[in-house]
Design a protein around this ligand. Structure first.
Ligand code: TMP
Ligand code: ASP
Length: 235
């Protein structure tokens, strides 16, 4: 069993620890829910375990489909063992259906399905509220290596295919999701962070019920009840 050593970093939803092996880190999923860049915050017992379980399951499925991620294995309820990565400062969002910031920004109607998946890059910076960036911004601000951008885009679209099918088979629409990338110890670029209902929008295909963090953002109902429904259906 890997051992937790020095705390490297504490974010809003996770704590990162070093282990006795330089290349491996432990992610501890917290029970904290935040929204609007940390402005809204709550402690919800069980959230960390749910996100760790859902995220581990999704990483396993993606690895089986040949998608590189930092995932090594789930260690306990709230802990995941991952490869250490040099994280890029961009968030890659893929959208199938209009919701959230794209509705506000460009006037799409919520619920409108796009003709093809929309891939967007955002600058990972809470103070600036994660603004949308173009490739030149990424280059000028050194947010990610330019040579990695095409493969990040391709990977994001592949993840979209795999996860859209996974969820639609279970009566859930994958509206959109966010990925983060980094350089893994072997030099390859892979997906880092988590993939959970915190970082996706998931709607029940029959009822339209929102099963993701929008429940918390907009007080739509018990957050964890939504996350439990997601886990039950995909496991
Ligand atoms: P957006 O509509 O607010 O741009 O969000 C798009 C997707 O990205 C949505 O599934 C939620 C996710 N997301 C994060 O994971 N972290 C964030 O900081 C933000 C703003 C969105
Ligand atoms: N992830 C961000 C936060 O926790 C923004 C959001 O999800 O609304 O504050």
């Amino acid at each position: 069993m890997p051992e937790k050593r020095k705390k490297l970093y504490e974010g809003k939803a996770k704590i990162v620890y070093e282990t006795e092996e330089r290349d491996k880190l432990i992610l501890e999923f917290k029970d904290t829910a935040t929204a609007f860049d940390g402005v809204k915050k709550a402690e919800l017992e069980g959230k960390g375990a749910l996100n760790n379980t859902i995220s581990s399951l999704i990483f396993e499925i993606l690895e089986r489909h040949g998608v590189r991620t930092h995932f090594i294995r789930k260690l306990s309820d709230r802990e995941m063992l991952v490869w250490r990565a040099e994280r890029f400062l961009v968030e890659v969002v893929v959208r199938n259906v209009a919701a959230g910031s794209v509705v506000k920004r460009l006037g799409f109607k919520e619920g409108e399905r796009f003709k093809k998946p929309l891939v967007e890059f955002f600058y990972k910076n809470d103070e600036l509220h994660d603004p949308l960036v173009c490739e030149t911004h990424i280059e000028l601000m050194n947010l990610a290596p330019m040579e990695a951008l095409p493969s990040m885009r391709e990977t994001a679209l592949k993840v979209n295919e795999v996860l859209s099918k996974l969820f639609s088979d279970k009566g859930i629409i994958l509206v959109d999701f966010k990925l983060e990338f980094g350089k893994l110890p072997d030099g390859n670029v892979g997906i880092v962070d988590e993939i959970s209902p915190d970082s996706m929008r998931l709607w029940d295909a029959e009822t339209g019920e929102k099963l993701d963090k929008d429940r918390f953002r907009f007080d739509l109902g018990d957050l964890l009840e939504g996350y439990r429904k997601v886990l039950e259906r995909i496991s």
